[in-house]
Write a protein that binds this ligand. Structure first.
Ligand code: NAD
Ligand code: ZN
Length: 257
């Protein structure tokens, strides 16, 4: 099953309509058009911050003030970002019964802001802070101010409740994500380089269970050409926007029919 027709987006939409039960797996690329840089690539965060120095639990425990230089930038950028046409398009597809859930590696909350209801946050989110010493939790908006490092009542530096390298995936999110992958008809993989483990295993789990994998990414990834059945090369907003318009066409059979 390859994108052989003249319009691969139409071919992918037909697959979604026929199989139903689509689930989206999203990564940093879907939020690039909202002004949030991805991690990899020349414009990415890693060009500025070495992940081994800034994004591991070990680094946070050793030098939390240094890691907060990167975290502060993330919190500011994500806090000011608005959902783009790709987030809104996935929410619209959920409303039409085409997409059943979104598994996101992102921590920016933009899927919920766009109106998606079933969102599995695989790497947590930036809404909350947690003390890694006494486990007390706080709301980011109540405890963090730009330029300052947020402190727990016990005096320790707080960590955003996101998954750093070296931390486990929240068990419920991992269970739910794997269940969605095992039971979906189509997995739409949007804007992820599929290099972060174990999130990068989700497309293979879906594929092994019989799902078709449709990738939306302007670039090739490790999935393209092996796990991916249809690779739609383009920006997430452009491709998902076109897909939504196809489903709004009364001639397109809805998976609910
Ligand atoms: P990544 O940075 O490794 O890869 C981003 C991918 O998106 C690349 O393959 C790139 O080609 C693609 N891309 C770029 N622009 C795109 C567009 N307009 N439309 C579609 N695709 C586009 O991201 P990752 O695989 O998600 O891994 C990085 C990790 O860091 C993840 O855990 C991620 O959630 C986290 N992160 C999150 C945010 C956020 O919450 N917005 C931002 C940066 C990183
Ligand atoms: Zn504490």
């Amino acid at each position: 099953m390859r994108a052989g027709g003249s319009d691969p987006i139409r071919e992918a939409a037909r697959l979604l309509a026929e199989r139903g039960n689509a689930v989206a797996l999203t990564g940093a690329g879907i939020s690039v058009e909202s002004g949030i840089p991805s991690f990899r690539g020349s414009q990415g965060m890693w060009a500025k911050y070495d992940p081994m120095e800034y994004a591991t639990l070990h680094a946070f425990l050793q030098s939390p003030r240094k890691v907060w230089e990167m975290l502060s930038e993330m919190v500011s950028v994500c806090g000011g970002a608005m959902p783009n046409a790709a987030h809104k398009g996935l929410a619209a597809l959920e409303g039409m019964g085409v997409v059943r859930a979104v598994i996101t590696q992102n921590v920016d909350g933009l899927h919920q802001a766009a109106g998606s209801r079933r969102v599995i946050e695989y790497h947590g989110n930036l809404d909350e802070l947690i003390c890694v010493y006494c486990w007390k939790r706080y709301l980011m908006r109540e405890r963090w101010t730009p330029g300052a490092v947020p402190l727990c009542d016990c005096g320790e530096i707080l960590k955003p409740n996101v998954v750093l390298f070296g931390e486990s995936i929240p068990w419920l999110a991992q269970e739910q994500a794997e269940e969605e992958a095992r039971t979906c008809g189509v997995l739409l993989v949007v804007g992820t380089s599929a290099q972060v483990s174990p999130a990068c295993d989700i497309p293979g789990i879906a594929k092994d269970a019989g799902a078709a994998v449709v990738e939306i990414n302007p670039e090739e990834t490790s999935l393209s050409g092996n796990v991916t059945d249809i690779h739609l090369r383009g920006s997430a907003s452009e491709v998902i926007g076109k897909m939504v318009r196809l489903f709004q066409d009364p001639n397109m059979k809805s998976p609910k029919d």
